[in-house]
Write a new protein. Structure first.
Length: 232
């Protein structure tokens, strides 16, 4: 069964990549990023990214645009990295059924903060950073017997956790009242990000799966980011 967030990403991208707004953005990007020349839609970018000789410059261009705060470029770069994230989730991290959801969220955050001066492949660097942060967050490198002797391993908060915990709860509630996020979404965010309740337990309060809850929370947090940034 296809991951729910992955299916949602594909539907969202299909609607977004050829939209008038996306076409206008591409026209604007080409003025400053020659590597994207000839691309008319978002799928043109993904196709060009498959050319080994063009891929480094294409992804570097998207990373620069994303670092400037361009949400569409961030989304395009995330879409370009989805195959690599799927490979991570179904390979080295296959033991965790929620790995892909977490990796996608971490990748979005890393793309937005990626240092454009960094040498090397953008794709390889982002995937490496995401994998490293995921493993640190989950503490899955520690042997099981060590954990059993010493008790539960401390979990390093993710960037998303830190950002939301620093944000004023009043701002999150105000966003909810304004219709930015729904009732279920605010409940999941406050219960898991702020109260520290495991996602599976928060999902159980809605008689739903952890995967479904993660999908709702992930999309809600994407909507909250610009709102909380303005309030800070």
């Amino acid at each position: 069964m296809k991951n729910r967030i992955l299916a949602e990403l594909e539907r969202e991208w299909a609607q977004l990549e050829a939209s008038p707004a996306a076409v206008r953005s591409l026209t604007r990007w080409i003025e400053t990023e020659p590597a994207l020349a000839g691309c008319v839609t978002g799928n043109d970018i993904l196709a060009k990214r498959m050319d080994p000789s063009a891929a480094p410059a294409v992804l570097a261009a998207l990373s620069r645009l994303a670092a400037s705060g361009d949400e569409l470029a961030t989304r395009a770069l995330l879409q370009a990295l989805v195959p690599g994230l799927v490979t991570l989730a179904t390979g080295p991290l296959a033991g965790d059924p929620g790995a892909l959801d977490e990796l996608l969220s971490l990748a979005w955050e890393r793309i937005r903060t990626y240092p454009t001066w960094r040498p090397g492949s953008v794709a390889a660097n982002v995937l490496w950073d995401v994998r490293k942060r995921y493993r640190k967050h989950r503490a899955i490198d520690e042997p099981v017997h060590t954990a059993s002797r010493q008790g539960p391993l401390p979990v390093t908060p993710s960037a998303e956790d830190v950002a939301l915990k620093r944000s004023c709860v009043d701002d999150i509630r105000a966003a909810h009242r304004a219709g930015v996020i729904g009732d279920v979404a605010i409940h999941l965010i406050l219960r898991t990000r702020l109260d520290g309740l495991p996602l599976a337990e928060a999902a159980a309060e809605h008689r739903a799966s952890a995967e479904w809850a993660n999908c709702v929370r992930w999309r809600a947090e994407r909507r909250l980011r610009p709102v909380l940034a303005e309030a800070s």
